[in-house]
Design a protein around this ligand. Structure first.
Ligand code: PLP
Length: 507
């Protein structure tokens, strides 16, 4: 016999009004704690290492019996919250990671509460997603484009290349969806398909080449000029020589905002070339596409509006919580034909719940999809696009301020042009050879991070180790840039005083 306290039919909902009341109280505490935490970020270290006695918590086995919600929330507060990534902090400038916003956090809660399935249908949630897609298609000049929210820029860009690959094969009468890139009996093997981007293209392109069955050699990385933009003459001759060898070029990738230095390809020239060569023009605008929202910066990405497809993120410069990327495809029918895979259990209707069918599932790989667009829909309405453009301008100005500090310093030097929101530089300790300077700067970066002062990341430019500030942080003020710069000088001097032998492995 089931006893009264453990009824045989259970649910994850509270079982009584009192149970709902205590969940409500817990929810209010969570909200208060999190908002207080965000309000107080300035007084906290950017990042702190996790002590061993906390780390052991993450080795514990799965509990078969629950310990309760309040108890578990305490574990979050003690073991998770203090040891975050750092990327929400005003002095976090590493990689290209957004902060998220408190308002979008609340929208995420609503989205999880509603738990809408975004495979398609024509209820309000898919209308929200379609509206946000339309907004960005209009903002970027791809009016009427199809689109899909995905986890991030890697997926968004990869889907763009998948459509490009399908469209090219289709235009040659080759049924790539039936045969893939393989040679089946009684089919002739298609010529190897290749696509192009600059050597500064983000590594998603290599992943895409592998995953789409093209192989990484199908991605042709074209050398850059001294401004880290694709050398267009080189691209043109590479396409010609590939064609002469019997390869099948199908796509050119232009990058709006490269990850290393923030350079942007000459998208206008690439659009012209793609048109001349009858190639698909894809723009990776992971963060840089949003430059087009700013009247004073949009000239940098001129030509993007001519793209056949654009991949971009809102979880970087759009300040949305992860995961929030989006792909736009100019030709909606080509988009659908690349992925649509009919199934009896997914048939649409003209009325009822399934009205409209699973049309989002026909634009990519996922069937079950979460409600990623709600936070964007709410944030853009609450704040307006102008505010987002303001933050983007602000970040560019703050990085240009850093550049001017560096240029007037005799201890720090720029290592690449910094046209927008990314700056690559190093500390110049006198008397050190190239290898030692690399090690010196690597140590400087680690001390800066481990002391919780500020978090830039790093890269290598022509073999030189660079401190890299990639700034998409809506929380930073100019004084945060100053604090970081002063700390770099102080730690640099400290290391000089230690006269540490950075080049030698014995050190
Ligand atoms: C971050 C980035 C990507 C990858 O996007 P994710 O959202 O991290 O998957 C692609 N291209 C560029 C230029 C990027 O900065």
């Amino acid at each position: 016999m089931p006893n009264e306290d453990t009824p045989i039919e259970q649910s994850f909902d509270p079982a009584t009004p009192a149970g709902w009341e205590s969940l409500r109280a817990l929810g209010h505490d969570m909200l208060d704690d999190m908002l207080r935490f965000l309000e107080d970020l300035d007084n906290q270290p950017v990042w702190q290492a996790m002590p061993d006695d906390v780390a052991v918590e993450f080795d514990k086995p799965v509990p078969m019996a629950g310990i309760g919600q309040r108890e578990t929330y305490d574990r979050f507060r003690n073991y998770v919250l203090p040891y975050h990534n750092g990327n929400l902090h005003p002095r976090f400038f590493g990689w290209v990671r957004g902060n998220g916003t408190p308002y979008a956090m609340l929208a995420e809660m609503l989205s999880a509460g509603l738990n809408a399935h975004l495979g398609g249908f024509s209820n309000a949630p898919p209308k929200v997603e379609q509206q946000v897609v339309n907004w960005f298609a209009d903002l970027f000049g791809l009016h009427g484009a199809s689109g899909l929210f995905v986890t991030g820029g890697t997926m968004a860009n990869t889907l763009g290349i998948a459509v490009a690959r399908f469209a090219n094969a289709d235009s040659r009468g080759y049924d790539i969806r039936s045969f893939g890139l393989q040679s089946w009996p009684a089919t002739s093997s298609p010529p190897p398909m290749v696509f192009y981007g600059s050597s500064e293209t983000h590594n998603w392109a290599v992943k895409a080449a592998e995953w789409l069955g093209l192989g990484r050699r199908a991605f042709r990385a074209v050398r850059c000029n001294s401004d880290y933009q694709m050398d267009i003459a080189r691209l043109e001759s590479r396409i010609a020589s590939d064609r002469a060898e019997g390869l099948q070029p199908f796509c050119i990738i232009g990058t709006a905002g490269t990850v290393n230095t923030g350079s942007s390809d000459d998208l206008e020239a690439l659009a012209d070339l793609a048109k001349r060569e009858k190639l698909w023009f894809h723009v990776d605008g992971a963060f840089g596409a949003l430059l087009s929202l700013s009247p004073s910066l949009r000239h940098i990405v001129k030509g993007m509006e001519r793209a056949d497809s654009i991949g971009f993120d809102l979880h970087k410069w759009g300040s949305m919580p992860f995961e929030c990327g989006c792909v736009l495809i100019r030709d909606p029918e080509m988009h659908r034909r690349t992925f649509a895979t009919p199934a009896e259990y997914l048939e649409g209707t003209t009325r009822g719940v399934a009205a409209g069918g699973a049309y989002f599932a026909e634009r990519g790989l996922d069937l079950t999809r979460g409600f990623k667009a709600l936070k964007v829909w709410m944030s853009l309405q609450a704040d307006g696009v102008d505010k987002l453009a303001h933050i983007i301008n602000q970040n560019v100005h703050q990085v240009q301020h850093l550049v001017s500090l560096i240029e007037s310093s005799d201890r720090v030097e720029m290592l690449a042009p910094a046209p927008i929101n990314i700056a690559c530089f190093r500390y110049l300790a006198p008397g050190l050879d190239a290898g030692s300077l690399n090690a010196f700067n690597a140590e400087l970066l680690l001390r800066l991070q481990e002391r919780g002062i500020a978090v830039p990341s790093s890269t290598h430019l022509n073999g030189i180790f660079a401190l890299r500030v990639a700034h998409v942080n809506h929380r930073s003020r100019t004084e945060d840039i100053d604090t970081m710069f002063n700390a770099i000088i102080d730690i640099g001097k400290e290391l000089e005083a230690e006269a540490f032998a950075y080049g030698s492995p014995a050190a």
